[in-house]
Design a protein around this ligand. Structure first.
Ligand code: PAF
Length: 279
């Protein structure tokens, strides 16, 4: 695996691939890779001749007081895992390479998509994500790019970004990978204490119960959301939201709507976990 820390070096390698008419897949990450990321790399290999992974902890998508500084940086282990997963190129720039001057231009996703759910609790987050992802698209010029469905709203924002800016990139979503007890894999799981880690799968269990209830015909969505929210609180969580939404645009569904997803975000101790399940 070739490791590139500059745009110049990455572009030179990208041009070589371009000359041999190979299809290029991009898998952007912030590092601290787990099996969910590796599954995306494997999926990428099935769709392209060359996989380019990126590791960059993007300051723009963190709010003051969030975990930008604490975000685990595990570069050596990440490289070994990417190499084993058959990734050919890693682009791992530092901040001066990605943001040589303060970023003046930003991609501002519409509030209807980026001001709801996670965007309500992390204002500006999706602006930071959309801006860095657009930069990565310009730098790497991939044919296809992969993002995990665990960040469901992020995936929707990126799909819309690509459509509205006519970016010639196919976007693919990767299924959420879970621990045997159901907890969705996340770099932030490493923040959990032992007792929090054993409590954490409750989020998945409650979402599963809610999905079962909807599948069984329950249509009082608000009541289902409130029950799951209250159950989290009863067990010491601080939930931000539990929300049943339309899969396509994450807007409120009407009672007889199909194609739903339930999404939740909640804090367990100081760790904020998110998860979702398609109905
Ligand atoms: O999902 C992530 O890890 C990040 O939001 C991404 C897409 C790499 C952008 O920084």
């Amino acid at each position: 695996m070739q490791i590139h820390s500059t745009i110049f070096s990455l572009r030179a390698a990208r041009n070589v691939v371009g000359c041999s008419a190979g299809r290029v897949a991009l898998v952007p990450t912030m590092g601290n890779l787990h099996d969910g990321h590796i599954a995306l790399m494997t999926q990428a290999r099935a769709h392209a001749d060359t996989v380019i992974a990126t590791i960059f902890v993007n300051r723009l998508q963190f709010r003051p007081g969030e975990d930008f500084e604490a975000y685990p940086r595990t570069f050596e282990t990440d490289c070994a895992r990417l190499e084993a997963a058959g990734v050919s190129h890693l682009f791992a720039p530092d901040e001066a390479e990605m943001y040589p001057q303060p970023q003046g231009y930003h991609i501002e996703p519409p509030a209807a998509q980026a001001g709801i759910l996670d965007g309500e609790f992390r204002p500006g987050h999706f602006r930071g994500v959309a801006t860095v992802v657009m930069k990565l698209f310009q730098i790497v010029q991939p044919d296809v790019a992969l993002f995990g469905k665990k960040d469901y709203q992020q995936l929707m924002v990126i799909r819309n970004l690509v459509r509205e800016f006519n970016v010639p990139v196919e976007i693919l979503g990767g299924e959420t990978i879970r621990a045997p007890d159901g907890l969705a894999l996340s770099s932030r799981n490493g923040y959990l204490s032992e007792s929090e880690r054993s409590e954490a799968p409750r989020l998945y269990r409650l979402l599963s119960e809610l999905v079962d209830a909807v599948r069984a015909g329950s249509r009082d969505f608000q009541l289902l959301e409130q029950r799951a929210f209250a159950a989290l609180k009863d067990h010491g969580w601080m939930p931000d939201y539990v929300a049943l939404r339309k899969k396509l645009d994450l807007q409120l569904p009407s009672v007889h709507e199909s194609g739903l997803v339930v999404l939740a975000a909640a804090r367990l101790g100081s760790t904020r976990l998110i998860d979702n399940l398609e109905v």
